[in-house]
Write a protein that binds this ligand. Sequence first.
Ligand SMILES: *[C@@H]1O[C@H](CO)[C@@H](O)[C@H](O)[C@H]1NC(C)=O
Ligand SMILES: *[C@@H]1O[C@H](CO)[C@@H](O)[C@H](O)[C@H]1NC(C)=O
Ligand SMILES: *[C@@H]1O[C@H](CO)[C@@H](O)[C@H](O)[C@H]1NC(C)=O
Ligand SMILES: *[C@@H]1O[C@H](CO)[C@@H](O)[C@H](O)[C@H]1NC(C)=O
Ligand SMILES: *[C@@H]1O[C@H](CO)[C@@H](O)[C@H](O)[C@H]1NC(C)=O
Ligand SMILES: *[C@@H]1O[C@H](CO)[C@@H](O)[C@H](O)[C@H]1NC(C)=O
Ligand SMILES: *[C@@H]1O[C@H](CO)[C@@H](O)[C@H](O)[C@H]1NC(C)=O
Ligand SMILES: *[C@@H]1O[C@H](CO)[C@@H](O)[C@H](O)[C@H]1NC(C)=O
Ligand SMILES: *[C@@H]1O[C@H](CO)[C@@H](O)[C@H](O)[C@H]1NC(C)=O
Ligand SMILES: *[C@@H]1O[C@H](CO)[C@@H](O)[C@H](O)[C@H]1NC(C)=O
Length: 298
Amino acid sequence: MTMRPTLYFLVCFSLFVVRGQEVNQTELLLEFKAELIDTDNHLWNWGNSTYPNPCNWNGIACANNSDVISVTLHDLNLQGNLSTAPALCHLPLLTIFNISKNSISGPVPADLANCTGLEVLDLSTNRLHSTIPIDFCGLNSLKKLFLSENYLFDEIPQCIGNLTSLEELVIYSNNLTGLIPPSIRMLKELRIIRAGLNDLSGPIPVQISECYSLEILGLAQNRLEGNLPPEIEWLKNLTTLILWQNKLAGEIPAEIGNCTNLEMIALNDNGFTGGVPKELGTNWMELFLHNWEIVPAQ
Ligand SMILES: *[C@@H]1O[C@H](CO)[C@@H](O)[C@H](O)[C@H]1NC(C)=O
Ligand SMILES: *[C@@H]1O[C@H](CO)[C@@H](O)[C@H](O)[C@H]1NC(C)=O
Ligand SMILES: *[C@@H]1O[C@H](CO)[C@@H](O)[C@H](O)[C@H]1NC(C)=O
Ligand SMILES: *[C@@H]1O[C@H](CO)[C@@H](O)[C@H](O)[C@H]1NC(C)=O
Ligand SMILES: *[C@@H]1O[C@H](CO)[C@@H](O)[C@H](O)[C@H]1NC(C)=O
Ligand SMILES: *[C@@H]1O[C@H](CO)[C@@H](O)[C@H](O)[C@H]1NC(C)=O
Ligand SMILES: *[C@@H]1O[C@H](CO)[C@@H](O)[C@H](O)[C@H]1NC(C)=O
Ligand SMILES: *[C@@H]1O[C@H](CO)[C@@H](O)[C@H](O)[C@H]1NC(C)=O
Ligand SMILES: *[C@@H]1O[C@H](CO)[C@@H](O)[C@H](O)[C@H]1NC(C)=O
Ligand SMILES: *[C@@H]1O[C@H](CO)[C@@H](O)[C@H](O)[C@H]1NC(C)=O
């Protein structure tokens, strides 16, 4: 009879000890901060003995006032680099890492891929200079990947199709090159692709029309070529199709008229021939169809 409370106490106690041994949240957060330069002292309460609980530190959010779930340091004029950021991956419940709009430089560390619980990874609007690590394809809880407005180069990893939870892929304004990976067809939850202002080349892969949740497809200001695949008509939820300033050619497929939710379409500054298909109608909120290079059919 007296066994039960004793066992209960032992189980609770050992869980606490195990967790205590594994992570000291204070140490992990301070390790991450060590390579950041906080000129304006926005992080003044980090490691301040008056604030022993890191859940009370600026930019930190916790579950139950005990487990860090979010590190959001947005627009704080932070400099330095992310070399020690993978320490955060030892925070067992971390789901949001957002350092958008700072001046953080250096590479995107591949070891951030150890943060397997991440649902939001936002490194946008910084000065990061590296490739997109292939290891990121292992972040299989990721819903939002924001890397826009950095100096990232080289190809979008071919394995991007492994991120099957992905809903928003926002990577515009970098120096990304190469093809749009056909594996993108695996991303059935993907609602938003914003990949404009890069150096992407090759065709718009027909596989993109298997991303049935797509609402926004933004690929403007790249070097994409070939036809606009008529299979785009499968994207019944598409509201926004922004493809201006590429090298797309051929006729604009009449099938786009089947995307009945389209509100905005920008196809100008390409090499399309023929006219605007009458199926496109005129009832959309905005039509950016000006400045076409229309070559008369012979
Ligand atoms: C965690 O690390 C900090 C700084 O090293 C230390 O002051 C604190 O006592 C540690 N907490 C636990 C629970 O070990
Ligand atoms: C620590 O917090 C106190 C207020 O509680 C503040 O006066 C002090 O400047 C802080 N220390 C540092 C190093 O920012
Ligand atoms: C946090 O609190 C909620 C209820 O408020 C509870 O269901 C949950 O088990 C708690 N989680 C932890 C890790 O203590
Ligand atoms: C990330 O995980 C890999 C493989 O488990 C390990 O070798 C590496 O040390 C980890 N990185 C960090 C910063 O913990
Ligand atoms: C990152 O944080 C900023 C400020 O809270 C917010 O506006 C932005 O939407 C966040 N990014 C993501 C991907 O949620
Ligand atoms: C990060 O910044 C620290 C301190 O300025 C520097 O010693 C280190 O070499 C930098 N690491 C990278 C990868 O840029
Ligand atoms: C992507 O998924 C495939 C098949 O599940 C697996 O073999 C491969 O290792 C994964 N790639 C990465 C980088 O996680
Ligand atoms: C891309 O790289 C070129 C040099 O190769 C550089 O001038 C340009 O600023 C870079 N653009 C971005 C957005 O990184
Ligand atoms: C399309 O949008 C509707 C309404 O928001 C939603 O119920 C449906 O699940 C979406 N379809 C796909 C394939 O995402
Ligand atoms: C799709 O568009 C084509 C060409 O406008 C039309 O012939 C076809 O009936 C449409 N299909 C559906 C399912 O609306």
